[in-house]
Design a protein around this ligand. Sequence first.
Ligand SMILES: NC(=O)c1ccc[n+]([C@@H]2O[C@H](COP(=O)([O-])OP(=O)(O)OC[C@H]3O[C@@H](n4cnc5c(N)ncnc54)[C@H](OP(=O)(O)O)[C@@H]3O)[C@@H](O)[C@H]2O)c1
Length: 296
Amino acid sequence: MTSFKSIAVFGATGDLGPFLVNALLESKSFSTIRVLTRSESFKEKPETFNDLKARGVQVAALDLSNEDAVVEALQGIDAVVSSISGSVITNQLVWVKAAARAGVKRFIPSEFGINSQKAIGPVFEKKRSVQEEIVKNGLEYTLLFVSLFADETLIPLFGFDIKKGTARLVGDSSVPLTLTYRKDIASFIVEILKNPSVSRNKALQVKSLQTSFDEIIERFKALGTPLKVSRLTVAEAQEVIDANPGTVESFYTMLFIKAAQGYMYFDTVDNGLFPNVKPSGLDVAVQEAIETAKQG
Ligand SMILES: NC(=O)c1ccc[n+]([C@@H]2O[C@H](COP(=O)([O-])OP(=O)(O)OC[C@H]3O[C@@H](n4cnc5c(N)ncnc54)[C@H](OP(=O)(O)O)[C@@H]3O)[C@@H](O)[C@H]2O)c1
């Protein structure tokens, strides 16, 4: 099967979305790149969307909960890539139905985390409900699991306060960890869209690198920024969560517990399907964290 040519992106201006749109543009492989966004988002940040337009991206601002409106906006599109926020994942259910009605061939839902087909928790149940809707509507899918974003892990919320020179680890920090840069995720998506048959109806695990928090601490030291490490047991981390329910801090502490328990590690990956993607290594994230701390 030849490359998909017309691509629609949901969530294009979030954390991950800009990397996807940039990679689609840079690949020069697609005749149409269309961003679908909520009307209110367009009003909030017109300069962001006007910048996309200036770069050749079509922008459709509409009521994304209106199935008929989404069908209209998806006319002529071959494949949808969604990077909608994990907090509103079931908003995609309408888009899946609309995509099928509009004649879209493939729907790549907003996954981009740990393997939602194996993980337990409300967000993963919601991600699975979207997967079921895609199959029910007769669309092709590709699910891309990436574990943690490599470029959003070495941050204060994750216990890495490089400005203060401290790191707070949770549990067994020698446990292996899989990380993927957002730029690399975008490269995998481009390859998926250029070679549709390779990833048709597949759930794929990819990575930029495998490491551990112990190795990360070592790399900071090797690159001239040793960190003073403090440690919480999993039970102590759970106390932090219980004392701060529903907070961002609790959310990240929960992620760290999951990492310490091995949930953020892929023992097998599908990188071999995409030989054109050349992922970055760990030092890129460590250097970036050091540079960010110097600037901020
Ligand atoms: N592996 C990791 O470490 C990691 C980290 C973060 C996220 N993720 C995953 O990556 C995917 C994308 O996450 P993200 O962080 O890029 O998302 P995000 O920045 O929070 O949001 C992406 C887009 O979702 C739409 N959106 C946000 N809040 C909304 C709301 N209340 N109602 C309707 N639409 C809303 C917005 O699009 P418009 O304004 O254009 O409509 C926004 O630009 C998710 O599946 C998430 O679980 C993984």
